[in-house]
Design a protein around this ligand. Structure first.
Ligand SMILES: Cc1ncc(COP(=O)(O)O)c(C=O)c1O
Length: 400
């Protein structure tokens, strides 16, 4: 009898977490590595949010709470959806968990049966397929088009839907491509979904606030109210307020689904950290200056990185609408040999050689289901990004 479960055998550890760990190891050995693999803002959590957490501790708000969130936070979330997304929810339609990751996990756990298919556009956030597999479902990939910055077409979505499709798992702005769908592009997808009433929509809006050049963020239930009764709108404070370590994510959707997600959480982690919940109330209800200032910084860095990468022979980098990632193609580098004698046959070869020879850590595209590419997280200082681009250029110039 095997000790480890068969389910676990199908699941791989997160490659982004693995790369971030490798960077730590190399730095500890004294190597001057620039790590561009971690998906978190380099800014500190705003002071008003920290103060709210300290006040919560001092006021003794340190006990268990209701399983899926305190009433004050659920109300703040309803207000946020009404204010920013034009979506009307009541607190019984809201679930709060330890990060957006747990929200997504609960929803999949609560709904998947063996054979259920989940449509996932590529390139995808690394955790989606594995979460689906843990839940006993089958990930079905819909390929993003390099010509549109790696967005999927309505035709590709339509072609992937079968009678077994349970969810369409949507993420805009995207990790890893940074691509964000305009209102028209999103409507073209929701038109397809309206023709298939058995398909539910799980939309991961984690990077909602990180959009540039006046881009208007929209979410499926907002552009197509006909989808409201079968959409779970997922969001969180990690990326919007530099609160990755606080672990608060949330979702709103139909009450029966939210109740089922609560059941999963009640038998696993119970409530998310009480203090973090009070901090999240302040994040959503308090001043929003951080959102604007971080957006400006990320836009400047996006422009710097896109220009730097497009100056590298063999690399083509689209300009994404949002998030803090770029997803350049390295098609022009495949088949070449690095200055250190490494043959570049895949994007993993490229990332390995770049790290070993020029001390820049990126995540190879195969980890996100679309090759040959790599992902850079530009949530780091301008100086580090300039130096990283110079090193990548030197690496590419050394290919023969
Ligand atoms: C697309 C996407 N969704 C969800 C998450 C999860 O965020 P958290 O669990 O910190 O809320 C991340 C984090 O990297 C992400 O990139």
């Amino acid at each position: 009898m095997a000790f480890l479960s068969d389910t676990l055998a199908r699941v791989k550890p997160s490659p982004t977490v693995a790369m971030t760990g490798k960077v730590g190891e190399l730095k500890a050995q004294g190597r001057d590595v620039i790590g561009l693999s971690a998906g978190e803002p380099d800014f500190d959590t705003p002071d008003n949010i920290k103060a709210a957490a300290k006040a919560a501790i001092d006021a003794g708000k340190t006990k268990y709470t209701a399983v899926d969130g305190i009433a004050e936070l659920k109300q703040a979330i309803c207000d946020k959806f009404a204010r920013e997304n034009g979506l009307s929810y009541e607190p019984a339609q809201v679930s709060v968990s330890s990060g957006g990751k747990q929200v997504l996990f609960n929803a999949l756990m609560a709904t998947l049966n063996p054979g259920d298919e989940v449509l996932i556009p590529t390139p995808y956030w690394v955790s989606y397929p594995d979460m689906v597999l843990i839940g006993g479902g089958t990930p079905v990939f819909v390929e993003g088009d390099p010509a549109t910055g790696y967005k999927i077409s309505p035709e590709a979505l339509e072609a992937a839907i079968t009678p077994k499709t349970k969810w369409f798992l949507f993420n805009s702005p995207s990790n890893p491509s940074g691509a964000a769908y305009s209102r028209d592009e999103l409507t073209a997808l929701t038109d397809v979904l309206m023709r298939h009433p058995h398909v539910w929509v799980m939309t991961d809006d984690m990077y909602e606030h990180l959009v540039f050049d006046g881009f208007e963020f929209t979410t499926p239930a907002q552009v197509e109210p006909g989808l409201y009764d079968r959409t779970l709108t997922v969001n969180g404070v990690s990326k919007a307020y530099a609160m990755t370590g606080w672990r608060i994510g949330y979702a709103a959707g139909p009450k029966e689904l939210i109740a089922a997600m609560r059941k999963v959480q009640s038998q696993s982690t119970s409530n998310p950290c009480t203090i973090s919940q009070w901090a999240a109330v302040e994040a959503l209800n308090g001043p929003q200056d951080y959102v604007t200032t971080s957006r400006e910084a990320f836009k400047r860095r996006r422009d710097l990185v896109v220009a730097g990468l497009n100056a590298c022979p063999g690399i083509t980098c689209p300009t994404p609408e949002g998030a803090f990632y770029v997803y350049p193609s390295i098609a022009g580098c495949i088949g070449k040999t690095s200055a250190g004698g490494r043959k570049i046959e895949t994007d993993e070869d490229f990332a390995t050689a770049l790290l070993e020879e020029n001390d820049v850590a990126v995540v190879f595209g195969a980890a996100f289901g679309l090759s040959p590419n790599f992902r850079i997280s530009y949530a780091t200082s301008d100086a580090a990004l300039n130096e990283a681009c110079a090193r990548i250029k030197a690496f590419c110039e050394g290919l023969s």
